[in-house]
Design a binder for this molecule. Sequence first.
Ligand SMILES: Nc1nc2c(c(=O)[nH]1)N[C@H]1C(S)=C(S)[C@@H](COP(=O)(O)O)O[C@H]1N2
Ligand SMILES: [Mo]
Length: 425
Amino acid sequence: MSDARKDRAGLASPHRRRLLGQGAALVGGALAGSTARAVAADDANAPPSIPDWMRAPGADVGSEPYGTPSRYERRLIRNIPKNLPQYISASSRTPLQDLDGIITPNGLFYERHHGGIPEIDPSQHRLMIHGLVETPLILSMDEIRRFPSESQIYFLECSGNPGFEAMSGRTASDLVGLVSCSEWTGVRLRTVLEEAGLKSEARWVVAEGADAAAMTRSLPIAKCLDDAMLVYSQNGERLRPQQGYPLRVLLPGYEGNMSVKWLRRLNVTAEPAYSREETSKYTDLMPDGTARQFTFVMEAKSIITRPSGTQRIARGFNEITGLAWSGHGRIRTVEVSVDDGRSWTEAQLQAPVLTRALTRFRLPWTWDGTPTTILSRATDETGYVQPYFADLTAIRGTKSFYHNNAIIPWRIAASGEVTNGFVKA
Ligand SMILES: Nc1nc2c(c(=O)[nH]1)N[C@H]1C(S)=C(S)[C@@H](COP(=O)(O)O)O[C@H]1N2
Ligand SMILES: [Mo]
């Protein structure tokens, strides 16, 4: 755009091209997006008429002491897979395709439980710190809250997101809905370990949850002394029971399984525990018959959330937007292809780009109605580039389950309908 077409504030002049085209002017209904509902021009609730909800005062303040979304948003719920048995070992996914920004609302944070959700009375909950420490400690929640606190925005992602053979989902949530992002508040794990005093042989911290699964993971000491946190709050309020109330450990950028919920015990050791979660599970069988074990970091990944599976787009202007993240640090770039990978364009990243947090990307696009496939590809600050699925399986084989960070293709049909590009048309 030439300078003459910008005003002094650098904004586009009112003469600029209209994004939604003629159809959206005055007569509504031209926005053929899946969520846009046609509003008839003579609707009594549309301008210039006075809508029903202006004709009398609304509900009282405090009519709902703890707020909930509008009743018109009741379909925005966690995605609970219907094809899987939802026993106590279960999961639910974040509806990524219906959310904006980078923060996941607490009620839509993904869940993964190995033994159901315990109901813990915080006044009775204790954290025991023992093993290779100078002074073993048993701390109450009040004591934990007396330590210096901090708040950080981090993503959390299950390493089976998606499993190597589970890529037939219809929506973005079906594919990678086991990732969410919150502002977490708590105390650095390092602060509490230093309170107990680590012995020189300390190499691992074995964390145990107070759920029926007593889920146990060995956390490497370097991470425990770096950015690991003991978390009691999420997006300003106390953790939800589903997320580990009243206390969980959070290892930024590491596979979600290591962020032990309902945390009751930290056993400082010289060796890992080799628990179920680091032997039978959370390992990957490689083509040569060996297994990858202790695969901690979630590697760079991205997904276009709009347009994405089950949505429908209109010809003309469409914003392509999605999320990128890396367990190794900040996202450096996200490239988008609208021609099935033949060419790539760098997307805009929403600031601030935070380390080990979801990063929102956007690219304006004009769709001419030709069927195509759109992709996104993340590069993180280490220079690591998100791979195609074929490149991933060339190294990892097909017996892997965890740590699938492949590029995700969305196919767009002539009708504007968007479907999963992994599934044959
Ligand atoms: N005690 C305990 N901690 C746990 C789990 C569990 O079942 N029990 N699930 C783990 C797994 S596999 C993941 S991916 C994350 C999920 O955290 P979320 O439910 O808060 O999203 O918690 C981890 N911590
Ligand atoms: Mo997980």
